[in-house]
Design a protein around this ligand. Structure first.
Ligand code: BYC
Length: 332
């Protein structure tokens, strides 16, 4: 009797895994056919987890990314610059919210994700652990950081997961405005006084290498690239996107009349690409491990903002509850 029960259980388990295998194959066929996967569709658990990881890290990056620039809103050199920077930082808050909402469609609670950020458990982009020392840094962030972000994010508009792909369309449109405002700041500074041009050069010198790290580790060391590419979450590898960014940016620096901070940079006629020098991956690993120039400041600032905003969340919940009770009374 016992043996029979065991056999029956094994048979069910085998049937289940055959069913799962068939479902996984059907899922992969849909992805291969460029169909969008939607929240209620079957998806392998590992696909869901990968998306929650990437989308939440992306959302955290937008939110933490507000800090280095927010630091300059009160010090922007004119009303026009202040208005543009304020709008840009607000856009980033909005991007964070679309992305948290996209992650929530995968069955994870926003509170849980925010908690992971605040406790230092979750990653966010390495780039936001560097300080903004001068006004030129705001230009360099727009030009380079948003430029790198666009290069990485345009392909995400074709990501296999519908809610993420759709969120990215609007995000990319806004990032493109951000990139232009940054480049225009750099253009103004590099055509200004010798002091202003030197400030623009100094910002380029400090932001260039960390921007190259934004694309992630070299392909040979990328943990998730193979699966993410098979699932069409990623369309290009980390190194491919990094190279596209270098190729697009070097000519833009020439228009600014600024020197690239890479003595090994050269144009390779045979491949049509700019060849760049070695990236300091030890620095990247240090920043990821929490030991970048501003990691502690960023987490402290986010924790303070979260604590200061507790009353807003409580008031919003109380208001929603009041409205729900009133509607219930009306309906009765
Ligand atoms: N910083 O296997 P890999 C913005 C992690 S927002 C920190 O290649 P994957 C903006 C990676 O997460 C910019 N961590 O990973 C906002 C993984 O760790 P876990 C953010 C990094 O996912 C405001 C490990 O290293 N953009 O631009 O295949 C103002 C191994 O890497 C970084 C996005 O989030 C990094 N730079 O590829 C202005 C875009 N790089 O999770 C601008 C969406 C890698 O195993 N994300 N890691 O612990 C992606 O496209 C991909 O996740 C990545 C990495 C290309 C970033």
């Amino acid at each position: 009797m016992y043996t029979q029960a065991l056999n029956a259980r094994e048979a069910v388990a085998q049937a289940l895994s055959a069913d799962d295998t068939a479902k996984a194959a059907a899922f992969q066929a849909r992805v291969d056919d460029e169909e969008r996967i939607e929240p209620n569709d079957f998806m392998p658990e590992a696909y869901r987890r990968t998306l929650v990881r990437q989308i939440s890290q992306h959302a955290h990056s937008e939110i933490v990314g507000m800090l280095p620039e927010g630091n300059w809103i009160t010090r922007a050199p004119s009303l026009k610059r202040k208005a543009a920077l304020l709008a840009k930082v607000q856009d980033e808050g909005g991007h964070g919210l679309y992305l948290y909402a996209a992650a929530e469609t995968l069955g994870v609670a926003r509170e849980e994700l925010v908690e992971q950020l605040l406790s230092g458990k979750a990653k966010y982009s390495s780039i936001f652990n560097y300080p903004t020392l001068t006004w030129a840094d705001i230009g360099a962030i727009g030009w380079l950081v948003d430029g790198a972000a666009i290069m990485n994010q345009i392909p995400l508009c074709r990501c296999s997961y519908g809610p993420y792909a759709r969120a990215m369309i609007r995000i990319c449109k806004e990032e493109s405005f951000h990139q232009r405002q940054g480049y225009e700041i750099m253009l103004t500074l590099s055509r200004g006084t010798a002091e202003q041009k030197a400030m623009a050069q100094d910002a380029l010198d400090r932001w260039w290498w960390p921007c190259l790290m934004m694309f992630g580790p070299p392909d040979g060391e990328s943990l998730h690239s193979d699966t993410s590419t098979r699932w069409k979450i990623k369309r290009f590898s980390n190194d491919e996107l990094r190279q596209k960014f270098v190729d697009a940016t070097v000519p833009q620096a020439a228009v600014l009349g600024l020197a690239m901070p890479d003595p090994e940079l050269r144009f390779d006629e045979a491949t049509g690409h700019w060849v760049y020098g070695a990236i300091d991956w030890d620095e990247f690993r240090r920043v990821l491990a929490g030991d970048g120039p501003c990691n502690r400041d960023r987490l402290r600032a986010r924790n303070k903002a979260h604590a200061d905003g507790a009353w807003v969340r409580e008031a919003a919940l109380a208001f929603a509850e009041k409205r729900r009770a009133a509607e219930e009374k009306r309906a009765a």
